[in-house]
Design a protein around this ligand. Structure first.
Ligand code: CP
Length: 315
């Protein structure tokens, strides 16, 4: 919201984070540094006396639990509002939910089906709104992803990240994150499931300033060849269950397995935001592959979100 003045060193105090593009490259680096400080045991309690609403229209393990624990570890209090309790836009307008919650809490973390619902919330709220996944983006996931890549590779600039699969919300935020940190983002998707053109343009625009690149491909082998990081996600996301059969056919040949990983650099890591659909985008047990950093990636949701909450709520 424009009415909330920025005053902290990241410039994020009081701001909404609906898209990864809401974070400029210097803010991203500051968040990663702070996330690592939290991971190393920074005992700071910048959310003391603050309450955060966790409004979820869809199920969640990682996002819900890591936000709840983030708020607790930072000294604040989280209130979870479950999918069946929300009724955003059905029981009452999202704008009224935002105005009422703004009277009780200091921030709203929200997972929605439609990104437009998040925008309506953010427009009406007088407290910051953070995107916990929408149909367009998953910025908190991407922040944890690049934290994990920085840990695994020791840097972000010049790192080649190959995403194999759907040009979905996770891919969109990751493309923007890699563009923001100077990496090379390649995505291989079947026709009809490519990264939205608006995201490609946005990411390429950021990339011109950071030296990054964004390339779209159809053959997973082209994307993965000599990559530092190979990333995949489910072929059928939450809310797309009616398309499962069609998607299963469309994504045939897009599975990340040991054969595909062999084309990447010898020290490449494998990433997955989870939950995994074993037997589809990965073989059974693939997250336990020695190259996999998927569980480290899940852990990093906690540290990255602590950094984001601290910056937005305390500066
Ligand atoms: N990666 C992720 O967002 O997981 P959840 O859906 O369990 O929150």
């Amino acid at each position: 919201m424009a009415t909330r003045a920025a005053r902290d060193k990241t410039g994020l105090f009081g701001r909404d984070v609906l898209s990864f593009a809401d974070l400029c490259p210097t803010e991203v680096q500051a968040l990663l540094d702070r996330a690592l400080a939290f991971k190393r045991g920074d005992p700071g309690k910048p959310l003391e006396g603050k309450t955060v609403a966790l409004v979820f229209e869809k199920p969640s393990l990682r996002t819900k639990i890591s936000f709840d624990i983030s708020v607790h570890q930072l000294g604040g209090h989280a209130v979870y509002i479950a999918p069946q309790e929300v009724g955003l836009g059905t029981r009452e307008p999202a704008s009224d939910v935002a105005k009422v919650l703004s009277r009780y809490v200091d921030a709203i973390v929200c997972r929605t089906f439609a990104h437009s619902t998040l925008e309506e919330l953010a427009q009406a709220a007088s407290v910051p709104v953070i995107n916990a996944l929408s149909d367009r983006e998953h910025p908190c996931q991407a922040l944890a992803d690049i934290l994990t890549i920085r840990e695994a590779k020791g840097r972000l600039s010049g790192v080649t990240v190959a995403f194999v699969g759907d040009g979905n919300n996770v891919a969109a935020s990751l493309a923007l994150a890699v563009a923001s940190t100077g990496g090379a983002f390649r995505i291989a998707s079947p026709r009809g499931y490519v990264l939205p053109q608006s995201v490609v343009e946005q990411a390429r625009s950021v990339a011109t300033a950071t030296g990054a690149s964004v390339d779209l491909m159809t053959d997973p082998k082209d994307a993965v060849r000599s990559a530092d990081v190979v990333y995949t996600d489910v072929w059928t996301s939450m809310g797309q269950e009616s398309e499962a059969k069609v998607r299963l056919a469309a994504f045939k040949g897009y599975q990340v397995n040991t054969r595909l990983m062999a084309l990447a650099k010898p020290d490449a890591v494998f990433m997955h935001d989870m939950p995994a659909h074993y037997g589809e985008e990965v073989p059974a047990g693939f997250l336990d592959n020695p190259k996999s950093v998927a569980y480290q990636q899940a852990e990093n949701r906690l540290h990255a979100q602590k950094a984001l909450l601290a910056a937005v709520l305390s500066g």
